[in-house]
Design a protein around this ligand. Sequence first.
Ligand code: BG6
Ligand code: MG
Length: 215
Amino acid sequence: MDVKACIFDLDGVIVDTAVYHFKSWKRLADELGINFTLHDNERLKGVSRVRSLEIVLEIGNVTKTEAEKQELASRKNEWYTEMISKMKPDEVLPGAKEFLQLVKNAGIKTALGSASKNAGIILDKTGLTPFFDAVIDGNHVSKAKPDPEVFLKGAEAVQVDPKFCVVFEDAIAGVEAALAGGMKVVGIGSPEILSKANLVIPGLSEMDLEKLKAV
Ligand code: BG6
Ligand code: MG
């Protein structure tokens, strides 16, 4: 395939922020008397902030009004942003920077397609901003993955037809979003979970241009 753009999810593909999300959701859950485990945290991957909160509340069988939910979500986000503001370039996942550079050197466009509203600060703190031709994040979309909006906007921003785009995703909803957008998708994680992806690898350190063209 003639790949003209690579679109990357952020959390779980480029950086491992799941631990920061977990710590801040756990703190909130503790305050609400909800038992929230690392296992439960898996359900929040790729899911929007408000939907994540709803899942936490569901686990604890707790009901809140819309206004209360907004307040709780922003409280969690304050703790989360405090942690990610201390992130360093060495927190980039193995092989991510190298693969981004390889892709850029090959003249292929790069875009970020993330559900996070904090993508900008994470790219900034880890020194990755210059590696992306376009950044589409939770501030630019109205429909969450598995809707393809975030990836379609990414493709549009780098002016590449979706059929020449390859998406890199660690969440099932993200894999579905890429396919719904008419793109090829490389899953990052386990082949059992990401079975719909065109190719599944454990991490970007396992990726090269040959595999990219064969997707
Ligand atoms: C996704 C993460 O990238 O962004 C989710 O996988 C997270 O776990 C979502 O809930 C929204 O992030 P933020 O930074 O806007 O709260
Ligand atoms: Mg992800």
